[in-house]
Design a protein around this ligand. Structure first.
Ligand code: FAD
Ligand code: UDP
Length: 366
């Protein structure tokens, strides 16, 4: 009597992985997508043979063997390693914070000298760090905090570092080796031919309707499927009845330049407060492009207004408490599963989303 076993709301990685696995298991699935294209935030737009990361630069990295094997069934990955450069008032520093950064900053040579410098500067913080500022200073000292963290972080999040949770900065490695790899993970790369290939392979043979907002047309999908997999914002599902969760927004400004190589690196971070954007992405470098033109995108953090794309959850106390109340409501929806970055209000990387979707579909199909 149901036309479908699963109605999947959202065609990002969570929805696409769930849809793929359910279909493989013989289930009938329908995917609804609010945007005019599939893929969620990993979607790329191709121009002049260059894949433009439309919703922000995405670098796949993971230490989960099962997730790496999983994605490699669908696409091959190139050997791109993310090594961004920080630009502070025209001074260039390697990221993440490593011996190259320390040497350039302090003229030191050995790891012991770098460690001594940081140890001296971190005495400013006593006891367990209570916020991002304290966490950052206790990890890398005051100089790096001032030049490479404070300005970037405050514009990124629109808040003072003393009002932000410490965990945000723990994402970044600190190394006493000359190693500019931004990630510590075992595996890393960009899908050969771009991320759309991965999403297209996952959704191969699956019925997808784009340009459909589930929350606005819920009556029409009532009774269509036995279960709903919902990957949109959790507060939107409940029509914001407990209040709105806050997000950080982004604005992208992309330019086509008649240059072969504009900045020599895929990602350049602008870490001073006065420059209004946080990073400039030169997309061709993700795939070692040799085209005669290039596309660069300036990424501007922005206050988020309801109805705009929600990029980053703002996991402060107020929002976490509100999210928990929505999560309690969600748990009572017996025929709906909430998953992914927006529905779980979580700062998930792609590999964590894939892992979570695989676990979710595994529980469902067992
Ligand atoms: P999404 O990709 O957001 O997909 C959700 C989908 O649901 C969207 O397509 C949306 O349009 C749709 N939807 C929402 N509401 C509705 C509705 N009511 N009806 C129908 N459809 C709806 N991760 C990494 O691992 N490496 C990186 O380098 C990296 N860089 C990032 C940079 C930026 C700027 C951002 C914002 C994220 C980055 N991420 C990165 C995280 C990565 O984007 C996510 O982990 C992943 O895309 C989340 O997949 P998802 O399916 O949970 O959500
Ligand atoms: N960060 C910083 N300076 C930089 C890069 C990052 O201070 O040059 C901080 C900032 O607070 C940011 C966090 O580290 O939000 C995590 O950075 P990451 O690059 O992981 O952020 P994402 O790619 O998710 O935007």
């Amino acid at each position: 009597m149901f036309m479908y076993d699963y109605l999947i709301v959202g065609s990002g990685l969570f929805g696409a992985v769930f849809a793929h696995e359910a279909k493989q298991a013989g289930k009938r699935v329908l995917v609804l997508e609010r945007r005019e294209h599939v893929g969620g935030n990993i979607y790329c737009e191709e121009k002049d043979g260059i894949n433009i990361h439309k919703y922000g630069a995405h670098i796949f990295h993971t230490s989960y063997q099962d997730v790496w094997d999983y994605v490699n069934q669908f696409v091959e990955f190139n050997n791109y390693v993310n090594s961004p450069v920080a630009n502070y008032k025209g001074e260039l520093y390697n990221l993440p914070f490593n011996m190259n950064t320390f040497a350039r900053l302090w003229g030191i040579v050995t790891p012991a000298e770098a460690a001594a410098k940081i140890a001296e500067q971190r005495t400013a913080i006593k006891g367990e760090p209570q916020n991002l500022e304290e966490q950052a200073i206790s990890l890398v000292g005051t100089d790096i905090y001032t030049k490479l963290i404070k300005g970037y972080t405050e514009k990124q999040w629109g808040r003072s570092c003393t009002e932000l949770p410490a965990f945000i900065i723990k994402r970044l490695p600190v190394r006493y080796t000359f190693d500019n790899n931004y990630f510590n993970d075992r595996y890393q790369g960009i899908p050969v031919g771009g991320y759309n290939k991965l999403i297209e392979a996952l959704l191969d043979g699956i019925e997808v309707r784009t340009g459909v907002d589930y929350n606005e047309s819920r009556a029409e999908s009532e009774g269509l499927a036995k279960k709903v997999i919902y990957t949109g914002p959790v507060d939107a599902y409940f029509d914001y009845k407990l209040g709105q969760l806050e997000y950080r927004g982004l604005r992208f400004e992309t330019e086509r330049l008649k240059e072969v190589n504009h900045q020599g690196v895929a990602v350049m971070n602008y870490t001073e407060r006065e420059v209004p954007y946080t990073r400039v992405i030169e997309h061709k470098h993700f795939e070692f492009g040799t085209q005669s033109v290039t596309y660069v995108t300036k990424e501007y953090p922005a206050d988020w207004q309801p109805g705009e794309e929600a990029y980053y959850p703002v996991n402060n106390e107020r929002n976490q408490k509100l999210y928990q109340q929505y999560a309690d409501l969600a748990a009572q929806e017996n025929y709906v599963i909430f998953g992914g970055r927006l529905a779980e209000y979580k700062y998930y990387d792609m590999d964590d989303v894939i892992k979570s979707a695989l676990e979710c579909v595994g529980r469902e199909l067992k």
